[in-house]
Design a protein around this ligand. Structure first.
Ligand code: IMP
Length: 196
């Protein structure tokens, strides 16, 4: 069975493939399948945006499509950057996004934050499965670690006393918002994917 992962973000693809990993499924990214049509993510929530992506790809290709929409919510910033996490700064580069985040948190003691991930699977017959999960942490001022992507060097995870950039992908897959949502989705689609 072919399943299209509706993203070209290499880091996300790695996380998707390592968790959903199943010998009966061939996972293909949008690049791999040659799908280059623009997807306009104009939803008002993570859930809406992941639905938009999965539904469009599934309809256009007539296959099962899985999409996520994720981001960082910071309590002291009224849950910003939220759905705008990827384009928080003008350039949208990780370094600029992080610098802006730290600047906006200057002098603020409350550093509570959470990563959010909404995952949607769209089937060609219109069936939809979705799941949202969270991962809680604190934003620190000095970056730590070289792994991961996005806000990971500044996202301190108390349970491990490390940032998400200081842990391996295997460890991140135990705790991350995306990993938790993917595991729940995997349970939901057990039958369709013939996972024993
Ligand atoms: P999306 O591709 O529209 O879902 O945007 C997600 C954005 O949120 C990314 O570009 C990152 O800035 C941030 N983000 C989401 N998940 C993670 C993560 O696991 N680590 C670090 N940043 C993340």
């Amino acid at each position: 069975m072919k399943v299209v992962i509706a993203t070209n973000n290499k880091n996300k693809v790695k996380e998707f493939k390592s968790i959903l990993n199943n010998e009966n499924i061939e996972f293909l990214t949008l690049n791999e399948i040659g799908y280059h049509k623009e997807i306009i993510e104009d939803g008002n929530s993570f859930e809406e945006n992941s639905l938009i992506k999965a539904r469009q790809v599934s309809k256009d290709l007539g296959c099962i499509a899985i999409a996520d929409d994720s981001g960082l919510e910071v309590y002291a910033l009224n849950m910003a950057p939220g759905i705008y996490s990827a384009r928080y700064s003008k350039s949208g580069l990780d370094e600029d996004n992080n610098n802006l985040l730290i600047k906006n948190l200057k002098g603020i003691k409350d550093r509570r934050a959470r990563y959010v991930c909404a995952i949607t699977i769209a089937y060609p017959d219109g069936k939809i499965l979705s799941q949202t999960e969270y991962c809680y942490g604190l934003i620190i001022d000095e970056k730590r670690g070289k792994n991961g992507f996005g806000y990971d060097p500044y996202f301190y995870f108390e349970d491990l006393d490390k940032t998400f950039a200081e842990i391996s992908l295997e460890e991140k897959n135990k705790y991350s918002h995306r990993a938790k949502a993917l595991r729940k989705i995997k349970e939901l689609i057990n039958e369709d994917f013939s996972i024993k």
